[in-house]
Ligand binder design. Sequence first.
Ligand SMILES: [Fe+2]
Length: 265
Amino acid sequence: MPLSEEQSKTFHEEGYLIFEGFFTQEECDNLKADIDALTEARAKREAHPYLCEFPHLGPLISHPRVMEIVESVMGPGFAFHHLHAVRQDAGTPGVPWHQDYEQEPQTNRSHVMVHLFYYLNGLNGEVGDLLCLPRSHRTVIANGALWMLDTKPLPGERVINDLPPGSAVLVHSALWHARRAQPGGEDRPRYFADASYCQAGIRWPSYGIPQWREILRRAMEKGLDRGGRYSHLFEENHFFDRQAGYEAWKSLQGSLAIQLPGWKE
Ligand SMILES: [Fe+2]
């Protein structure tokens, strides 16, 4: 198993695990080149391919070592939810406390969803620190419920600001986390990517843009399933349309429990 029993236990109890130097220098250099190209296209407001179509960011989605880790915390057959990548230059603002677990509406944590945060040139206390609140993934709250806290310190928070290049942080998506802005980094931007995966067995809200089906199709066309080995990642039936899901309950009044088909008094 790629994760020891101890690591697995830590992940499920604390809600996160750190892998220092997870990628080789060559992998980091290639991924950083893709992020530079992406950053340039965004700055010029040029149309660019989906991230799954970039030569190195695309294959990151089904990187075999990533797949082993994800399978060890949620079992086989899981779904790919999304991939983001960004170069955080000096002065990049922080991101308030939040959680990223997908559910419409938020009621339980029966199945596992994870994010992998990739720090391709590490973390060194400049630009922004990763904050998380260990064990908070067990508490059911709305994704944006904590925004009024901004990035203020919370009792028990863990500050992650010292990681070597190519490090990865696996977080349970429901873990409360934030990015606290820090000065510096003028000569050393942060190269950051994050990828997210959902346990098989339930249907999850799709990625929140109308093109989510097309992204899954493109990923398959690009061979990111690696000859069928990881085709489970890109199956549409893991998902329902997130917006449709929200529409279905947004006008809900009172307790959901008494509106469910199985309700008996
Ligand atoms: Fe997040």
